[in-house]
Design a protein around this ligand. Structure first.
Ligand code: ADP
Length: 451
């Protein structure tokens, strides 16, 4: 593949991730085009971009998901490439095709790979064939209650019903007994239909005490594949990540090396292009693949902190047909990094808390990174995801990282709206967390017990 000149990028997203992409472009001398809804006219991503285009009214389906408006914005501004960020259109294979059909470069994997991984059953089959262990479950979708029951009986309860087209923790239901199955199946199907437009579901063994461990990879179009180690994202509420760290306190160096090597080899065999994350549940020393995300992840900065690699820069280089700037042997993972996701939500009830930010003072200092589009006077709109900031810190080791995180959380001032900063302050003081002793169910139990 020959190198394509990328001189201008349209960022088809908003909030902190639009800023994150803008920053990488700026440092590469690339012109940026922001798109925004009418609710975001005053947003920081619009203010900082070289150009901006309003693409519709506040609801995401009319603006950030409005493909014709985004393509028109790219045409009007004469951009070369489109970066989808995460969420919105980032895992929409048809969007990737449309972008390319209009002569723009899609900064991401091929539409075929997006489609393949968007079907979670197909993804499991693909990785199983590549020698990766997967969570036991139905090999295909379950047609009806009888089929679901047969699979569940074979594996033993509890089981998990999951949407084939799932994402964001939606369309997922735990089932403890045969009596609960029919109702759970119909709820999961309903949720899947409402969220993804498909009610196809499958059954998996429900793991009772796993950790969520994922591997970050980057692959170019010249056969180069590297990994940036793993992230532990076990601290979740309603299957949504709250705090992530790398390296995982649960893995020893041999396990880390083994899973990262296995993943890198599978990705090379797939001929995948771009950044990607392969997610596993890890229980009793064994890894079980659950899904692959074919995009930049919210928690990518912790991998950047320990590796020194700018993942967005590499995404752009890959899309331009260049070789990765690194080989595996160039990568040294050093220190420990943690990210806290800060949401505009009540820290105990988790009720959404949009509104005007009266005062704003982010923490700073050595090895502290804040990815946020907030500023004093900004009004957090009610229409979008509640994530308003990511606080990321690096320490020479986990203990130093925790001390620095505590200090940074103490410094962080967001006045005028409720945020989850108090939740993080309490969380990082918990002995189980300090000891690294937690699984994917720990956080919800802790929240229930302390609020
Ligand atoms: P989504 O695409 O909606 O994020 P995932 O398949 O990535 O769904 O799963 C999200 C989270 O749900 C996991 O990190 C884990 O906490 C939980 N989960 C998924 N599958 C299982 C399972 N088989 N057993 C127990 N928990 C699960």
């Amino acid at each position: 593949m020959t190198a394509t000149m990328i001189e201008s990028i349209l960022i088809a997203n908003r909030g902190e991730i639009a800023l994150r992409i803008h920053r990488a472009c700026r440092e590469m001398g690339i012109h940026t085009v922001a798109v925004h809804s009418t609710a975001d006219a005053e947003a920081m991503h619009v203010r900082l971009a070289d150009e901006s285009v309003c693409i519709g009214p506040p609801p995401a389906r009319d603006s950030y998901l409005n493909v014709p408006a985004i393509i028109a914005a790219a045409e009007i501004t004469g951009t070369d490439a489109i970066h989808p960020g995460y969420g919105f259109l980032s895992e929409n294979a048809r969007f990737a095709e449309i972008v390319e059909e209009h002569g723009f470069t899609f900064i991401g994997p091929s539409a075929d790979h997006i489609r393949m991984m968007g079907d979670k059953i197909a993804a499991k089959g693909t990785f199983r064939d590549l020698g990766i262990p997967v969570v036991p479950g139905s090999d295909g979708p379950v047609e009806d209650e009888g089929a679901a029951l047969a699979t569940a009986r074979e594996m033993g309860f509890p089981v998990m019903i999951k949407a084939t087209a799932g994402g964001g923790g939606k369309g997922m239901k735990r089932v403890d007994s045969a009596e609960q199955l029919a109702e759970a199946l119909s709820i999961a199907r309903g949720e899947a239909m409402a969220s993804f437009g498909s009610d196809e579901v499958y059954v998996e063994k429900f793991l009772t005490h796993p950790r969520h461990i994922e591997v970050q990879i980057l692959a170019d179009t010249h056969g180069g594949v590297i990994h940036l180690g793993e992230r532990d994202c076990s601290l979740q509420r309603r299957h949504q990540k709250i705090l992530e760290e790398t390296p995982s306190p649960a893995l020893n160096p041999e396990e880390r090396e083994q899973i990262c090597r296995l993943v890198t080899s599978a990705i090379a065999q797939l001929g995948y292009r771009g950044a990607g994350t392969i997610e596993f549940l890890y229980e009793d020393g064994a890894f079980h693949f659950i899904e692959m995300n074919t995009r930049l992840q919210v928690e990518h900065p912790i991998s950047e902190m320990v590796s020194g690699v700018d993942i967005v820069r590499e995404q752009i280089r890959i899309a331009a047909g260049l070789e990765l700037a690194y080989r595996q042997e160039d990568i040294t993972l050093s220190g420990h990094a943690i990210e806290c996701r800060i949401n505009a939500e009540h820290p105990e009830t988790f009720a959404a808390a949009p509104g005007r930010v009266r005062d704003y003072h982010p923490p700073g200092g050595l090895r502290v990174r804040v990815d946020s589009a907030l500023y004093a006077g900004y009004r957090v709109p009610a229409h979008y995801d509640s994530l308003i900031s990511k606080l990321i810190v690096l320490g020479a080791n986990r203990n130093e990282c925790l001390m620095r995180l505590r200090r940074a959380l103490e410094e962080y001032v967001i006045e005028g709206i409720q945020t989850t900063i108090p939740l993080h302050r309490r969380l990082i003081a918990e002995p189980d967390f300090v000891n690294g002793d937690y699984d994917i169910h720990w956080l919800e139990n802790w929240i229930e017990g302390t609020t």
